[in-house]
Ligand binder design. Structure first.
Ligand SMILES: Cc1ncc(COP(=O)(O)O)c(C=O)c1O
Length: 459
């Protein structure tokens, strides 16, 4: 078992948690139509639904909240945030927005033309949806190693560079609106992307004159992986690695609710193209609010400016990564299969390995989420066929490459004993896995269905 690295912080404020009985949880699941997003938060003991916006802010960030400048235009907190963004990413233009999907909504229509495709190492679900809403078609192009959960590889988040070039030739470069690199690769298991791979993808984007955008939600965790796994960067600081990563792209869209350790916020970055920045400002004013607040309060801008620096702190990232590895190693030692290695923001449990008797259309990943909640009040979410939904052209259920239950770990929130509770729950489920059956959908909305769909157990 891997060693737990002690938290580089102490607890100043606590939030009491309610414990529930198994019977209460079974009742809560029925009321929620077996959808994790419909559960009441106070019925959850350990909430691993997402690491997005669920992080604990520091005393400095809360201090910043008190001095946030609420001016409609030109507030001090805006300039503090823009300075932090320029300093960390080395980009000329930084535009705040209220969250990641807002960045996508503001930015993608300025780039993707109707009928074009966008190619990514893997799109996150809202990112995929915003490519479609902009009139484009999203295509995933992750490397082959990602598709073998049990086999360790250091950079399972990488783009399949050969396939990327084939796709560009197949569709024609004029029909490819954007190449997008998600760091870390959330949908493949929070897996790392190497700088070597970013360089190769950037070279292809340049060769064919296609815009290269980074989905930067977990940029700091990716930089940490580069530091510990890519020889060339072992002596570089996290900030140097971040600057190097972003130097190859033209732009980034970012949900700041992850690595910038805030509860709300997003950013768009443009490396140098002033015209593009102008187009973004127009959309931002229409959809989010004036350029100098971008849908956020001054206090949010202030907390975000501080959080950007806290998120790239070496010691914090070492602890964060070690807590994932501790949980992952407990599971692997007990024979619970995961996407190996652990991701930067969570451990992805391989539900296909846990429930080989449940077919993809009965949602093994989602089934494991339900079992975890029943077992110990732990809320997680499916990253698999349930999340992927139906093919927009045929209406058929898409078969996902993976069926994961994602244990997304909020930042600076849970302790080592919470990790032990999570591991024990999964080990107990594994012992009775053959008795568990899957789920079917009884109602679903047309888009992003996993947030709202109703399900029932398959008997
Ligand atoms: C990789 C990635 N991109 C984009 C988003 C969307 O961000 P938000 O939830 O802030 O809208 C997320 C959210 O989880 C994400 O993980």
């Amino acid at each position: 078992m891997k060693k737990y690295v002690p938290e580089p912080f102490r607890i100043k404020m606590v939030e009491p948690l309610k414990t529930t009985t198994r019977e209460e949880r079974i009742e809560a699941l029925k009321e929620a139509h077996y959808n994790m997003f419909n559960l009441r938060g106070d019925m959850v003991y350990i909430d691993l639904l997402t690491d997005s916006g669920t992080n604990a802010m520091s005393d400095k960030q809360w201090g910043g909240v008190m001095v946030g400048d609420e001016a409609y235009a030109g507030g001090k907190s805006y300039f503090k945030l823009v300075d932090a963004g320029k300093d960390i990413f080395n980009y000329a233009y930084i535009q705040p927005v209220h969250q990641g999907r807002a960045a996508e909504k503001v930015f993608f229509p300025t780039i993707i033309k109707k009928g074009q495709v966008a190619i990514s190492n893997m799109f996150f679900d809202t990112t995929r949806a915003h490519v479609t809403l902009a009139g484009g078609k999203p295509i995933d192009c992750v490397c082959q190693e990602a598709k073998k959960p049990s086999v360790y590889a250091p950079f399972k988040g990488n783009m399949d560079v050969e396939k990327l070039e084939q796709l560009i030739l197949e569709y024609g470069k004029e029909n490819v609106g954007m190449i997008l690199m998600t760091v870390t690769n959330n949908s493949a298991g929070g897996q790392a992307v190497s700088i070597q791979n970013i360089r190769e993808v950037a070279a292809i984007a340049k060769k064919y004159g296609i815009l290269f955008n980074i989905d930067a939600a977990r940029f700091a965790e990716n930089a940490y992986f580069v530091k510990i796994r890519e020889e060339e960067f072992k002596n570089s600081s996290i900030k140097e690695i971040v600057r190097e990563m972003f130097s190859y792209a033209d732009s980034f869209t970012m949900s700041a609710k992850k690595d910038a350790i805030v509860n709300m916020g997003g950013l768009i970055g443009i490396r140098e193209n002033a015209e593009l920045y102008q187009a973004i400002k127009g959309n931002c004013i229409s959809f989010e609010g004036f350029v100098t607040y971008g849908g956020l309060s001054g206090r949010d801008l202030e907390a975000l400016a501080i959080g950007l620096y806290e998120g790239i702190d070496d010691e914090y990232l070492r602890y964060r990564n070690a807590s994932m590895e501790y949980l992952a190693s407990k599971l692997l030692d007990a024979g619970v299969a995961i996407q190996n290695p652990a991701g930067g923001h969570g451990v992805y449990v391989d539900a296909n390995a846990m429930f080989p008797h449940i077919p993809y259309y009965e949602f093994p990943g989602h089934t494991l989420c339900v079992e975890l909640y029943k077992e110990a009040g732990i809320r997680t979410c499916d990253i698999g066929s349930f999340m992927l939904g139906n093919d927009p052209e045929t209406g058929e259920q898409i078969k996902s490459e993976f069926e994961f239950a994602r244990l997304a770990i909020p930042r600076r929130v849970y302790t080592q004993s919470h990790m032990d509770v999570i591991a024990d729950a999964l080990i107990n489920i594994k012992a009775r896995a053959s008795e568990v059956s899957g789920y079917r959908i009884t109602w679903e909305p047309p888009i992003l269905r996993h947030f709202q769909a109703h399900l029932e157990p398959v008997q």
